[in-house]
Design a protein. Structure first.
Lengths: 100, 483
């Protein structure tokens, strides 16, 4: 097995996931099996291939930029309507800055 | 007359002839949902007021003899990954259990503008991640053809609703097969257009370079009707294509004789006869219809699962970073600081499969692994796309199985994610290349319990009209019931 429990915890921390011990033990072999399957791509020589980030099709160019004009967006009330903890027109969160 | 089994054209004709009203149609479908959804569990949320308000407006148009829009009175279901203004949109995730969007997805807006009644939101795998709808954060959906089996996924609720006449048509989303595979497993028609054919605005993002919105229907004609309404450029999705939308329905009737059908060897190696025999019979039928069936090679097919699962998990890990308990959705209480709040919220809000994919995506993008996994996969994606472009220089369409297996038992495959991923082999290739695909019924398995088999037809970019034409000719010649 190439992946370790330490790797699983490291990746979970990067992804802001707090895994239980049980989850770490369950995910380790599952993730390891998938990552091992992914190694299959190394059988291919891709040194002469350009990476493809988006679907490319032989059609007329799509305008990806629109004029930069002011538009009506969601109101403050609409924007806050789904917030778990709105307050004073803001999204409230727990303490961010350490106190002395 | 059973109003819940009508085609879109029959609905249109019936409304014009005043055989029934749009209100009667919607009420009949809601009553059927009331009776039968308990066993199937296709829906997560119903929106009867919204559906009825639309129906009353259609009935007013009928009385006033105003022209009826193309989907007038058609009761439709919408997968719960598409935003509906004022109607809860959960992505089948606990983390969005109480989320109420302030706007409609473009596809939803266009359906309603075309006269359709939105009955409700359908179940799916959480954030569309899965192939069985068992990864829903709420409950699994059951296959109407056999309630002990899965309907496929991730759009299993939409497929089941259409198969069980709990909606006349439905919207789903397809990232690696999530419309085509459940269509195959429930015996209905499901289609993914070219990447960019249908706007993704308001579709909750899973893997943005692969996500599509598309229709389910009981006939090819119904799917053509719905696709024609939802397709086309939308300024709110910069990847939506500025390519004219032909009249797909008119295109159905054109001749199929002489069309070249490519059958890629790689899609049939090791395929079980219970699927392969039906596809062969389907191909024989196409030959009898005057199409030229010939073998073709697609050399990089075997690498598609690895390529797809690197790219889709990478994009998912980035897209799902937004669920942090701040602006919307669930927040776990009791955290002392911001970082702890993020972690607790995400750990309690996401299910196992979503966590696995976020972790895989984070891993393949992490420092030291980016080139080996993510960049490598982007290069292989180019090779897989090249396979398709070269194939379509030689043939007009490709025919393959949609899924290597028919509907499996609930719970049977939950503990082995890799095995579940490998079963997506026939659908992820077209997703990576961005070409359109449709799954149509192709008979049932020979042995009991005689489960639906799906045939996938693929065409080149923006050739949806030809795809639908071939599928329609296949349906009319009895292809859905080959035996």
């Amino acid at each position: 097995m190439a992946l370790s429990e330490k790797d699983v915890r490291y990746v979970a921390a990067l992804a802001h996931l707090e895994l239980t011990e049980e989850e770490v033990k369950k995910f380790l072999p599952q993730l390891d099996a998938v990552l091992e399957h992914m190694q299959k791509l190394n059988q291919l020589d891709t040194s002469q291939v350009e990476p493809m980030a988006q679907v490319i099709y032989p059609a007329a160019g799509t305008p990806t930029l629109r004029p930069d004009e002011p538009r009506q967006t969601l109101s403050q009330q609409e924007s806050l309507a789904n917030a778990p903890e709105p307050g004073a027109g803001c999204f409230k969160v727990p303490r961010v800055i350490e106190r002395e | 007359m059973d109003l819940t089994t009508l085609s879109i054209d029959a609905i249109h004709a019936g409304l014009l002839a005043r055989q029934f009203s749009a209100e009667e149609l919607v009420r009949a479908t809601l009553e059927r949902i009331e009776r039968e959804n308990k066993a199937i569990r296709a829906y997560l949320t119903l929106s009867p007021e919204r559906a009825l308000a639309q129906a009353l407006e259609i009935d007013r148009k009928v009385r006033a003899q105003e022209p009826l829009p193309p989907l007038a009175g058609v009761p439709v279901a919408v997968k719960d990954v598409l935003s509906t203004k004022g109607v809860r949109t959960t992505c089948a995730s606990r983390i969005l259990e109480r989320y109420i969007p302030p706007y409609d997805a473009t596809a939803v807006e266009r359906l309603e503008a075309a006269g359709a009644s939105i009955l409700g939101k359908t179940n799916c795998d959480e954030f569309a991640m899965g192939s069985s709808t068992e990864n829903s954060g709420f409950f699994p959906t059951h296959n109407p053809r056999d309630l002990t089996r899965v309907p496929g996924g991730s759009s299993g609720g939409s497929a089941a609703a259409v198969a069980a006449n709990l909606a006349a048509a439905a919207l789903g989303s397809d990232t690696g097969g999530s419309i085509r595979q459940p269509a195959a497993l429930t015996g209905v028609v499901g289609m993914m257009g070219t990447y960019g054919r249908v706007s993704r605005y308001g579709l909750v993002a899973f893997a943005s370079s692969l996500d599509h919105v598309g229709p389910f229907g009981r006939t090819v004609s119904d799917v053509a009707r719905v696709l024609g309404v939802i397709a086309g450029r939308d300024a709110r999705d910069s990847t939506s294509a500025d390519v004219p939308v032909p009249d797909y329905w008119v295109a159905l009737e054109a001749d199929v004789r002489g069309l070249k059908v490519g059958v890629p060897d790689e899609y049939f190696n090791g395929l079980s006869p219970e699927i392969g025999d039906n596809i062969q019979k389907g191909l024989d039928l196409m030959a009898r219809l005057g199409m030229k069936v010939e073998p073709i090679r697609m050399l990089h097919t075997d690498y598609a699962i690895a390529c797809y699962y690197i790219i889709c998990t990478a994009e998912a890990s980035s897209n799902l970073a937004r669920y942090d308990g701040v602006r919307y959705g669930f927040r776990e209480s009791g955290a002392d600081d911001l970082r702890e709040m993020y972690k607790k919220t995400r750990d309690h809000g996401f299910g196992a499969e979503v966590k696995r994919r976020i972790m895989l995506g984070t891993y393949v993008l992490s420092s030291g692994y980016y080139d080996a996994y993510y960049r490598k996969a982007q290069k292989v994606r180019a090779l897989i796309t090249r396979d398709f472009l070269e194939a379509f220089d030689k043939v007009d369409i490709l025919v393959t199985p949609t899924s290597p297996v028919p509907a499996f038992k609930l719970g049977e495959r939950m503990d082995d994610p890799l095995q579940m991923y490998l079963a997506d082999i026939y659908t992820v290739t077209a997703s990576l290349a961005g070409v359109p695909g449709i799954s149509v019924p192709c008979g049932v398995t020979r042995s009991s319990p005689h489960l639906p088999v799906g045939m996938q037809i693929l065409a080149k970019h923006f050739d949806e009209a030809r795809l639908l034409r071939v599928a329609h000719a296949f349906e009319r010649a009895g292809g859905f019931e080959v035996a």
